[in-house]
Design a protein around this ligand. Sequence first.
Ligand code: LMR
Length: 401
Amino acid sequence: MSWPSVQPAPADPILGLTEAWRADPNPRKVNLGVGVFQDEHGRTPVLPSVKAAETALVAAETTKNYWPIAGDPEYGRRVAEMMWGDVEGVARVRVICAPGGTGALRVGAELIATVAGRGRTAWLSRPTWPNHRGIFAAAGFAVREYAYYEAARGGVDREAMFAALQQARPGDAVVLHAGCHNPTGTDLELEDWRRIAAVALDQGWLPVVDAAYLGFGGTIEEDAAPLRALLETGVDFLVAVSFSKNMGLYRDRVGALAIVARDAATAEALLSHARAAARVLYSNPPAHGPQIAMRILGDRLLREMWTREVAAMRERLARARESFAEALTVRLPDRDWSFIRRQRGMFSYTGLTRAHAEWLREQRSIYMTGDGRVNVVGLTPVNLDYVCDSIAEALQTVRPS
Ligand code: LMR
């Protein structure tokens, strides 16, 4: 055939912003869009623990032969131990290495579709990371939303959320954020997770937990508490893990899908279906990044070094929140900006509307997603005043829409 004439695909709502920001000639441009860690100088450095693990890896590596489809079993064990410790419950867990959190979610979606049948529904929080929709739609799911964020209170609307989850049917996937909810920074309590497990057990749907920000809300152990709570309830579930943020391995695509089933034999059978799904999607995983993660998780000294580095990133996030809230309060004292301090993780859900975001982009070359989500570590001592002056101006001059 010859190609028909086609319109270009719409720009990605997050990665497309970075492309537009790169092309913007304004020297004052600021990228508050994509969730990438930056230090106070606006740099995204390679973590020293990663450098050390990578250097040792390159020196010791003797082959680039394929990895197994599920990755090295040691990688899987280390990832499971990171989340659940060396506990007996891990016997009912199997892990497949995947290219980033996105790869893990896509393999998970294929696994559910294979086992539960195509045409199920994936339930996403309102709002959620926009890629969730595309990932589950690509695996043949219908996509619906459950209520989550209550803007007026800046909290989770539990009543509406649990009412919506009553509508999920057996075999449906309910996508949840382990913590540092993207985009709202507003998380569930441990009690909510236990209740979610009870409803899932009762109704036969599967929790699919997106764990992309472990270590950015609290320590890795603290942020993995919801995963431990789910494991204890006996519910079946999936976890999509990403090391993009907490190891800064963004472009190396390091992730994993943890499959939690009623017993080891079932988990093993499910793993074989996940492997079959991965085989047709990308054949077998990239090994370079996962080998770095495996070394860090498995070596006491590297692990301690990494733990300190994650703590330092968390502190930078907290400082950025503090200065952002303070700088906005100085300019707009009639509004309560304390929610910025309470939200967790990388993002602040500012309440700015699409019209504000567009004005800021067009008039000030400040890039944020259309829902008003701001990557707080995109703010640096150099750009903070410029960004906050511009936000104040946008709020005073632009009609929200
Ligand atoms: C984000 O939400 O900005 C990150 O998860 C990066 C991405 O892939 O969208």
